[in-house]
Design a protein around this ligand. Structure first.
Ligand SMILES: C[S@@+](CC[C@H](N)C(=O)[O-])C[C@H]1O[C@@H](n2cnc3c(N)ncnc32)[C@H](O)[C@@H]1O
Length: 306
């Protein structure tokens, strides 16, 4: 993995970390910053992969394992990795159709693709790469770029259920970035799995970045609709136990999370879970939707074992 592709996330993903990159990258382990080299990089909650793509641009990464529980997400990454040409030609066609349609035509095309996508869910073998994957990945990217708020959200049945969005002329097929992403993913291990499975790839020299689904800021906000399974406090506890295990194994660990103190000063959930590690609070822009105000400044947690 010698070349440095100029890739950026190709999907808009809930909890994407583009806005936090400066805070995260200034907190990398010293030896990585000095040598500009990451021998072993592991990211168990990949999502849009903002930090991975940033690091891939600025550092040499020898070995990388990227995991996520969402099988549609991993399928899409694998298609970008394996066959960007077919994906690009399928997406270009969709983009042309979309852009040349009027308002009503666009709406119709969106729901047509959404219905197809949900119908084919049961016919797809997510464990066995096939040509069918190319269309499915293309459809996910299309829906991500044209849906309301540009996010990917599934209901309990695993169906994509976001309505049509209002973007005027969305770029559906960013050819150059998809090619850079494909380059950035060469040699990378993409794994659909629960985060605990990351354990088997971690060694003493690994740098692991955890970005789990947010613990909702308040009872009314809900940020954890990524996969059909919710990420609850029991999962947060499983994660903290993994963090403690990997710390003992000697790996360097960084974790980001929402700060429950934004809505309740007395909530010490993460302070208690990660007592004994470095816990910092940094400012971030985030959709909070509290008091009906929408966007605002909140603090996020960055927790490290170094
Ligand atoms: C906050 S997002 C990661 C965002 C990412 N850092 C970015 O920049 O876009 C959390 C991700 O964790 C995944 N996830 C949820 N539960 C999981 C689990 N048990 N194991 C692994 N991944 C999980 C979700 O599918 C989602 O993609």
């Amino acid at each position: 993995m010698q070349n440095r592709p100029q890739a950026k996330p190709f999907l808009k993903w809930a909890g994407g970390k583009t806005q936090l990159l400066a805070e995260l990258s200034s907190r990398l382990p010293d030896d990585i910053k000095e040598k500009r080299l990451i021998e072993s990089y592991i990211e168990p909650f990949l999502g849009g992969g903002a930090l991975f793509f940033y690091l891939r641009k600025h550092y040499e990464i020898r070995d990388a394992y990227l995991l996520d529980l969402n099988r549609e997400l991993i399928l899409t990454y694998k298609v970008v990795q394996e066959d960007p040409d077919s994906l690009i030609s399928y997406l270009n066609e969709l983009e042309e159709k979309y852009r040349s349609s009027d308002k009503e035509g666009r709406r119709k095309l969106f729901y047509q693709i959404r219905t197809l996508y949900n119908k084919q869910m049961k016919e797809i073998n997510h464990n066995d790469y096939s040509l069918k994957w190319v269309e499915r990945a293309g459809q996910l990217i299309f829906l991500n770029k044209t849906c309301y708020n540009g996010l990917f959200r599934q209901n309990k049945k695993g169906e994509f259920n976001v309505p049509h969005g209002r973007y005027k002329n969305p770029t559906i097929c960013d050819v150059q970035n998809l090619r850079e992403v494909s380059l950035a993913l060469q040699g990378v291990k993409l794994i659909q799995a629960d985060f605990l499975q990351a354990k088997s790839f971690v060694q003493r020299k690994s740098f692991v970045y955890f970005d789990p689904p947010y613990r909702p800021l308040s009872a009314t906000s809900n940020f954890t609709g990524y996969a059909k399974e919710d990420f609850d406090d029991a999962d947060q506890l499983r994660l903290a136990n993994l963090f403690i295990d990997l710390d003992k194994a000697g790996a360097s660990l960084m974790l980001s999370n929402s700060d429950p103190k934004n809505s309740d000063e007395t909530d010490n959930f993460f302070d208690e879970l990660y007592s004994g590690f470095s816990i910092e609070r940094v400012l971030a822009n985030r959709n909070i939707n509290r008091d009906g105000k929408g966007r605002g400044k909140v603090t996020e947690l960055i927790i490290r074992n170094y």
